[in-house]
Design a protein around this ligand. Sequence first.
Ligand code: ADP
Ligand code: MG
Length: 279
Amino acid sequence: MSRATDDKMPAGTTAGTPQVLLTHHLKQLKLPTVLREYEKLARECARDGVDHTRYLLRLIELELIDRERRTVERRIRAARFPAVKSLDTFDFTAIPSLNKMLVLELARCEYILRRENIIALGNSGTGKTHVALALGLAACQKGFTVAFTTAAALVNQLMEARDEKRLLKMQRDLAAVKLLIVDELGYVPLSPTGAELLFETFSQRYERGSTIVTSNLPFEDWTQVLGSERLTGALLDRLTHHVSILTMNGDSYRLKQSAHRRRAAGAEQNQATPAHATD
Ligand code: ADP
Ligand code: MG
């Protein structure tokens, strides 16, 4: 391949002062990977006869790859997921009512570019939160900002923000995130003010960003949570204008797993219960 013009270390890399200065400058420029890798990579490139331009290219590529990884990690932390779950660990055969192709298509995140919404409906334990988390993770990996919350927590935070006169800022922040995930709409009935604030949040995001909502209640029962027919109608109108609906009715995965475990434990007469029963 390319011939080394000089098989010695690049000038200065072994001397004290330039190294100290370089370390300082690379820190200032926020190039931690370059700082960590430049000496090792220089030795490898010298050994393999790789020229300076290619050496620099490799070094910069390492920094770019690392930077992207760090950005994804930051986005995941900012999203405040209660757990990190992916579709790799989701067993689609456990929930036949769910359209697997649709979920895989949604994991490509193109709906976020179109500012469309997702609603996952189904009884408890069918994997709604798992799928919402997995879609949230996919969005972080694809470069979108994500925020995860439950309907009850969101409404509490909005009411608190209103009392502390920072509602506008919170609403602006919520409107800015590319994907907002609102889990568990339906478990807790909302106060009239709470319902109004939730409606405003969805309204402000309408055609500006994507929202995922999960609920244990079918649409016709949402009035029970939101309190008013008029508000429910207006909210559903905005949320469902551009929407993919994930139907997730079936047996609770949790219950099925614990039944499996009980049976396995009973059969083996063994105290060491496996963490994950397999089919
Ligand atoms: P829901 O939000 O619908 O009540 P969850 O997503 O919280 O249900 O699921 C309950 C538990 O079961 C979680 O730990 C989840 O990861 C797991 N789970 C549910 N469905 C599946 C599935 N099809 N494959 C793998 N794990 C699942
Ligand atoms: Mg859930």
